[in-house]
Ligand binder design. Structure first.
Ligand SMILES: NC(=O)c1ccc[n+]([C@@H]2O[C@H](COP(=O)([O-])OP(=O)(O)OC[C@H]3O[C@@H](n4cnc5c(N)ncnc54)[C@H](OP(=O)(O)O)[C@@H]3O)[C@@H](O)[C@H]2O)c1
Length: 297
């Protein structure tokens, strides 16, 4: 079963292609610009994939505030183009989305469920929600919302929090990290494994008995803050860095960030897919792989 993976040079797209091996059709901007409506249809009709997993996105959250048109073209309009191709091919679409669709605090502090009302703040968040809506208009969709991605250490092109912390921690004895945003960082190999389960392509051979289309929250489990996450990174890296807690306001990023981004993964786990490990265990796995002792999954 050949699966088209867009955003194939990115963190998640790259990992999906790695896990799919010869079953992947990797596509990125140099081979298919998803904002080109006609090119998307032409290319997909020629390739005839059994499913499309859309990992391409405009992911520079702060830059997006001044580049809304391009951000919307990639995160929303491109999904409409992919839907048009899926309709013609009658093939499923996996649209990757984000915790950022939840901007406000939940009325009761508990992890967000799939049917909780969305409250996106900022250009990136709003365009990602528009991308979800485009995908949801097509019946054979899985929308996978996730949070705080970090690719395996061998992905040296990846831009993520873990790599940034390790780089800064090697240069400075003290770092200031936001302590009032709650999240669940997610190790990309675990997320990729879960997505392949959803599309019915799983190394372990256990695939979904029937396709249960819809929205799923898929992250590692447990919850933390960026400050606590950074502290754990330096503990595992054995780097003597003092991590000082600061507030979101003190950090002063141009685009708003959700204060509470923890997603309830119950619906995904009830499908019987590979369990998503606790975030601390996932980070420990990253460090085992960094030191050359990864299990290669
Ligand atoms: N990273 C996170 O922490 C996080 C958290 C929650 C959800 N997500 C979602 O997860 C998905 C994967 O994220 P990621 O971190 O793997 O992203 P990533 O590393 O930024 O990769 C995205 C890829 O899409 C490509 N792309 C951009 N515009 C394109 C276009 N017009 N046509 C074709 N390809 C294009 C990018 O190319 P260029 O690099 O050349 O632009 C890049 O290779 C995204 O949907 C993202 O919104 C990410």
């Amino acid at each position: 079963m050949q699966i088209a993976v867009t955003g194939a040079y990115g963190q998640l797209g790259g990992e999906l292609c790695r896990q799919l091996g010869a079953n992947a059709i990797p596509l990125d901007i140099d081979t298919l610009d998803l904002t080109d409506r006609d090119a998307v249809l032409r290319r997909m009709l020629a390739l005839k994939p059994a499913a499309i997993i859309n990992c391409a996105a405009y992911t520079q959250v702060d830059k997006a505030e001044k580049d809304a048109e391009r951000c919307r073209a990639v995160n929303a309009a491109a999904v409409e183009h992919l839907v048009r191709a899926c309709e013609r091919l009658d093939c499923p679409l996996v649209q990757i989305s984000t915790d950022y669709v939840f901007g406000a605090l939940p009325s009761k502090l508990r992890p967000w469920r799939e049917d909780d009302p969305t409250t996106p703040q900022g250009v990136y968040a709003r365009t990602k929600l528009e991308g979800e809506q485009a995908a949801a208009a097509y019946p054979k969709h899985w929308i996978v919302r996730t949070c705080g991605l970090y690719a395996r250490p061998s992905d040296t092109r990846a831009a993520n929090f873990v790599r940034t912390m390790l780089r800064l921690g090697a240069e400075r004895p003290e770092l200031r990290v936001v302590a009032d945003q709650h999240c669940t960082p997610t190790y990309v190999p675990h997320l990729a494994r879960a997505i392949l389960f959803l599309v019915g392509h799983s190394e372990s051979g256990d695939s979904l008995p029937s396709q249960r289309w819809g929205i799923y929250h898929v992250t590692n489990t447990g919850e933390t803050t960026w400050h606590e996450f950074a502290t754990e990174i330096f503990r595992l890296a054995e780097l003597p860095v003092a991590v000082r807690p600061i507030t979101t306001g003190e950090y002063g990023a141009p685009s708003p960030r959700p204060a509470y981004s923890v997603l309830d993964t119950g619906a995904y786990h009830r499908l019987g897919g590979p369990a998503m490990p606790d975030w601390k265990d996932a980070l420990a796995e990253y460090f085992r792989e960094l030191r050359g002792a990864g299990n290669g999954n």
